[in-house]
Design a protein around this ligand. Sequence first.
Ligand code: FMN
Length: 191
Amino acid sequence: MQFLLYLCTLIWMIMDSFEQLCQHRRSIRKYTAQPIEQAKIDYLLRCALMSPSAKRTCPWEFIVVRNEAKLRALSGCKTYGAQMFDTATAGIIIVLDSTLCDNTWMADGAIAAEHILLAAAEQGLGACWCHVHEREDAPDLVRGLFGIPADKEVLCAIALGYPDETRQNYDLDKLKYEKIHNETYSCNNGR
Ligand SMILES: Cc1cc2nc3c(=O)[nH]c(=O)nc-3n(C[C@H](O)[C@H](O)[C@H](O)COP(=O)(O)O)c2cc1C
């Protein structure tokens, strides 16, 4: 009984801290020059490798980028929305094999990306998703930069670094609660 109480308390504590992590995680697009420790990159990758995928097909692969010239080149992969690579000290490119699953590769890749984003926030790193798939010539440019075969999909590049900007935590009182419905679509939860 005491063990069960301990277990429930532990679960509650973990749930609580996960909510706080979600509140804290924001897209960070400016980074200091401080390099990221390899142990932290390894931690993010382990978290990505534990992400769920449909039928456990694991269609993702991850390219770790530390090379400064390549990080800066990523900044020009599309007209807007890649400028975080002007200062990123590392990046993780998410590559997928769409032949391994039926139409779920994008969902599988997005979940892995979110594991990386949340793990980065937990480790005190700044991170931001840079979308590549179907963005101008970005997929071919990224394929060329990193030697990715033409039959692989490039979903996104996650920019990483120690934050050089502060973003406000999500305010629990200001979440879009109107997006929540009870039992039927027409019944809004409100608050
Ligand atoms: C699928 C997806 C694509 C995104 N693409 C980009 C992008 O190309 N460039 C960028 O600066 N941010 C990008 N973002 C980050 C969003 O702009 C950001 O998550 C959103 O504005 C909410 O802000 P927050 O992450 O601070 O909560 C992307 C996010 C997602 C989920």
